[in-house]
Design a protein around this ligand. Structure first.
Ligand code: FAD
Length: 640
């Protein structure tokens, strides 16, 4: 029997729901917003209520997925209210076969969203011993909040994506990663997952050599006595990355390290006073090529220790428009606890976020420039007249565009695309002149987003997201994962850069990030050393501006064997999913079948169906194919 709350957490629908980039705005039919004090039971109530109405459901975190993974067919469950720590941090006991975790957990009386959330539940006077700790935390917590909470008790995240705006479950449900070259993504630091599945059934899922949750689990606050406890490696590896398909992840146990400090440099050696160097992609490509052949560690690009610390992080950013300049960012652990290059006060006057009058004024101010350019065209007999009039029309068009744009970033995306489409035939020499201006502007914007040196506590370095730009700018972004030990990814980049030149100018960037393989069955990080290649172009707040390039680039990625990120723009069909995840999809589907039973496929959605994230047989079919067959040995139902 599930354990619902007496109350269904229905919330008012205040208009369409959209993702970070405003790429998939849509109107859910119903919104549930479970909140404390009985958030877990309210999720159960929401699921039962939604199923009774015959609707499909989906949990959403921060809606940062550009893929539409979080779009529900019917009802949406917001996890914003799930931001509590459920235990004090518990030291990991190496060699122990179980942990009396969580027994002194206490609910926070006032679950307001404050920085000291974790401290409120740490026993007064408790000093955490050195070493890794297990934390039990609700899965809707935003990563930036988690970073702050952990820092307040001298703990940290081992690794993460580049930003902290995502929710923990949302990030892990799509395989989010950073570029810590010796580490697997954050999902691999999960030790247990608590999910509310179809019919409101609760599941506590751990690996077979479970280190958390022995017979003491039923002492957890709000524990439902009929929770199914699963200790199985495949099932656990399936539950780590589900794209929301298994149900609502309520909480997770994560293994986290003590706080550490990081030194970061971009295009320079640590301690150099020479400042940022100009680095060419062709040179970096040659180094990567050599690393593929000879290994990345010894003599390769990762062989760059600093003060006895091995290189921890390595990423490359390439200017897409020119295809020449690149920026290499490296990080090392450091004992130096001083802060360098970190602004305490985020800028709020970002020009890109200014509203459209700024651009209208600028375009008006550029009248003389357009007249000059038109005048140059006029110097060419006959056809020059046609060109000059097209240039004058372009100026008017840009003025209207500026007036109809919400922000400067919104306008620039549209203006870049418009100028990229100009032809010499219609606009004369003005077309290549304006296009080369865009190329240079793109490089300047990329250059401006780099800092030569940063140093500080890990949470100050790991989260690089510019929160001020949320809602004011957007981008189309796809990311593909390759085996870093083959040349394919370099050939893919060559092909993308060629395509960008063919359709030139295409402003934007290509980012390369390296991670170790993940154990999650559907993780894109499938290779012992995986390289993730993200290609991003500007997008206005209302439309794709470089669709031809993005479409051609996606085709190139598939031709080169790239695996798309579940949380970035994503186009797989079921047979492609089966081919790319041949060694994981069957077990993933088996775990799904076990949780869905023969009941409604509550957490399915068009996104999932289109990509084959479905159980494609009955439970008996799946069990018959599995060694060990019967499931009962894997599951223990705890009796209170
Ligand atoms: C600005 C920006 C920066 C990014 N940086 C990176 C990066 O550095 N590295 C990287 O790998 N990716 C990055 N991404 C992609 C991003 O990390 C993923 O799309 C991530 O899934 C978003 O997390 P979210 O909380 O917004 O989840 P959502 O977008 O809300 O949901 C994503 C998926 O998770 C599911 N889900 C969410 N919460 C739950 C829950 N509690 N239980 C079950 N399922 C749930 C949803 O159903 C959906 O399928 C970035 C995206 C943006 C917009």
């Amino acid at each position: 029997m599930p354990c619902p709350d007496g109350q269904v957490p229905l919330a008012p629908l205040l208009g369409p729901v959209s993702d970070w980039g405003n790429i998939h705005p849509y109107q859910p039919k119903r919104l549930y917003a479970p909140a404390h004090p009985n958030a877990l039971q309210q999720i159960v109530s929401a699921v039962i209520d939604g199923e009774a109405s015959g609707g499909k459901m989906k949990a959403k975190g921060s809606n940062y997925s550009l893929s539409g993974a979080q779009v529900t067919d019917d009802f949406l469950i917001s996890t914003d209210g799930l931001n509590m720590h459920l235990s004090q941090p518990h030291p990991v006991m190496i060699g122990g076969d179980g942990i009396a975790l969580l027994l002194d957990a206490s609910r926070v009386a006032n679950p307001s969203y404050g920085d000291d959330l974790l401290q409120k539940i740490v026993r007064p006077g408790l000093v955490l011993p050195p070493g890794n700790h297990l934390i039990h935390v609700e899965a809707g917590i935003k990563i930036k909040q988690l970073l702050a909470d952990l820092a307040s008790v001298n703990l940290a995240l081992p690794t993460m994506g580049a930003g902290g705006g995502q929710s923990l479950a949302g990030a892990l449900s799509t395989g989010t990663h950073g570029s810590d070259v010796q580490l697997s993504p954050l999902g691999d630091f999960v030790r247990a997952v608590h999910i509310v599945g179809p019919k409101g059934q609760e599941w506590w899922i751990t690996p077979a050599d479970n280190i958390v949750g022995g017979p003491n689990l039923d002492a957890l606050p709000g524990w439902c006595p009929d929770t199914w406890v699963v200790r199985d490696d495949d099932w656990f590896r399936a539950a780590l990355l589900t794209v929301g398909r298994f149900g609502v992840v309520y909480s997770m146990i994560l293994e986290v390290p003590e706080q550490y400090h990081l030194l970061e440099t971009t295009n320079m050696s640590p301690g150099s006073s020479a400042g940022m160097q100009h680095i060419l992609w062709s040179d970096t490509r040659a180094q990567l090529h050599a690393s593929v052949n000879q290994g990345y560690d010894s003599g390769g690009v990762f062989d760059a220790p600093h003060q006895g610390e091995p290189l921890r992080f390595f990423s490359v950013l390439i200017d897409l428009a020119e295809g020449e300049q690149c920026w290499i960012t490296r990080r090392w652990k450091t004992d130096d606890q001083s802060e360098i290059g970190i602004s305490s006060d985020p800028t709020t006057d970002d020009i890109l976020c200014s509203s459209n009058p700024v651009m209208v004024d600028l375009v008006i101010a550029a009248t003389a420039v357009f007249q000059f350019l038109g005048g140059e065209d006029l110097a060419v007999p006959v056809v020059g007249l046609v060109w000059a009039s097209a240039v004058a029309e372009l100026h008017t068009e840009l003025l209207v565009m500026a007036a109809n744009s919400e922000t400067v970033a919104d306008f620039l995306a549209k203006a870049f695309a418009k100028i990229a489409s100009l032809t010499t035939e219609l606009y004369g020499p003005v077309a290549p002149q304006l296009q080369s201006l865009i190329k240079r502007l793109g490089a300047v914007l990329l250059r401006g987003s780099q800092t030569d040196t940063r140093q500080g506590a890990s949470h100050r370095i790991l989260d690089t997201h510019d929160y001020n730009r949320d809602g004011c700018s957007s981008g189309n972004s796809s990311e593909f994962f390759f085996d870093a030990q083959t040349q394919n990814y370099l050939l893919f980049i060559d092909a993308v850069l060629n395509k960008a030149q063919e359709l030139s100018p295409v402003p934007g960037y290509i980012a390369l990030r390296f991670i170790r393989g993940s154990k999650a069955l559907l993780a894109m990080e499938r290779f012992p050393l995986t390289v993730a290649i993200e290609i991003a172009v500007p997008r206005s707040l209302s439309e794709d501006n470089f669709p031809a390039f993005m479409s051609a680039m996606r085709d190139l990625a598939m031709q080169h064997g790239g695996i798309p990120h579940w949380g970035q723009e994503h186009k797989l069909n079921p047979s492609q999913t089966e081919a790319l995840y041949a060694d994981g999809i069957d077990s993933w589907r088996w775990a799904l079948a076990e949780m869905e039973g023969d009941g409604p496929q509550t957490f399915s959605s068009k996104f999932c169906v289109d990509r084959g994230l479905m159980a494609t047989g009955t439970i008996d079919d799946f069990r018959a194919q599995r060694p060990g067959g019967a499931l009962d040995s894997l599951i223990m139902m705890l009796m209170s």
